[in-house]
Design a protein around this ligand. Structure first.
Ligand code: DAK
Length: 260
């Protein structure tokens, strides 16, 4: 990646890559450059064996306030339809194969809410606000807001959010199943990093297949998904880490996983 400006990349703990969205003056609005830099960072993290988990965050005021409205102001329908690069970026987010945790403070609106939903776990600071306000712009969500939100919170809450454009707070998001945990705002990132560290210490192939299996719950009919899960379970018996995990339990010691 050539000198990203719209994101900041750090390695705060072993196995954990932290990506911060970095357009504070625009509440981290997702302009094309940011989307590209984020996609490149995730591709790199996905290919780097030293990275086990990615934590994605913004700043105190905003995780991201959505697509950059100023950038999209003059677009024609043909331009929007032809935006293959943008679609490819979003594909990179939702197909990211390793666990991704979003630490959300402030606004997660429109594409910002959709980006948070690409994460596997969302930890939100009290005061975080989630919403799909596209209807206020004469639009609808375009990166999964009508689909992933509905699967996460159910039709009633999704309809309320998408049709009114009103935001919900962290408590409502927790009650609805959109997020996994609430933390004091100043501790949301720490908590996300703590969860990331826990996951990074597990057997990487098992973690990867676990993520894949859980995601199938929303995509496959139950019988096929159960069958898929059983096969992934069996597949793990071929790994060194499975032998190590079981041996460590029997020998009453901590396992040391190698990712094979
Ligand atoms: N885009 C560009 N700039 C933004 C922005 C945005 N989404 N949100 C905020 N900003 C900028 C403001 O213009 C302002 O800049 P200056 O005027 O200072 O230059 C600065 O950030 C601070 O914002 P405010 O002054 O407005 O701050 P407030 O605290 O008063 O209000 C707010 C915060 C979050 C309530 C407000 O900024 C707001 O309503 N923002 C817009 C939220 C919104 O409507 N978001 C949805 C955008 S549509 C797709 C993929 C994705 C999408 C669609 C398709 N495909 C792959 C097909 C996504 C669409 C969207 O997200």
């Amino acid at each position: 990646m050539n000198n990203p400006t719209d994101i900041l990349v750090e390695n705060p703990k072993p196995g954990v890559r932290l990506v911060r969205l970095n357009r504070p003056a625009a509440l981290n609005a997702l302009r094309g450059r940011l989307l590209e830099e984020l996609a490149a960072a995730l591709t790199e993290a996905g290919e780097d064996d030293a990275v086990r988990v990615v934590v994605l965050t913004g700043n105190d005021r905003a995780f991201a306030a959505g697509a950059d409205i100023k950038e999209m102001a003059d677009r024609t329908v043909a331009e929007v339809l032809g935006m293959d690069r943008r679609a490819a970026c979003w594909l990179a987010y939702r197909r990211f194969p390793k666990p991704m945790i979003a630490a959300v403070n402030g606004f997660a609106l429109g594409g910002g809410c959709e980006l948070a939903m690409c994460a596997d776990i969302i930890v939100a600071g009290e005061g975080a606000r989630f919403g799909q306000p596209e209807v206020n712009l004469g639009l609808i969500p375009g990166a999964g807001g009508t689909q992933r939100l509905t699967r996460a919170v159910g039709k009633a809450m999704a309809m309320k959010m998408v049709l009114t454009g009103e935001t919900i707070d962290a408590r409502a998001a927790l009650a609805a199943g959109l997020i996994a945990e609430i933390a004091p705002p100043e501790l949301a990132l720490d908590r996300a990093l703590e969860l990331a560290e826990l996951i990074a210490a597990k057997a990487p192939i098992a973690v990867r297949l676990a993520k894949e299996a859980v995601l199938k719950a929303a995509e496959m009919p139950l019988e096929a998904a159960l069958d898929h899960e059983r096969k992934l379970f069996a597949l793990l018996f071929a790994t060194e880490d499975r032998r190590e995990g079981v041996a460590a339990f029997i020998e009453k010691r901590k396992p040391s996983f190698v990712g094979r």
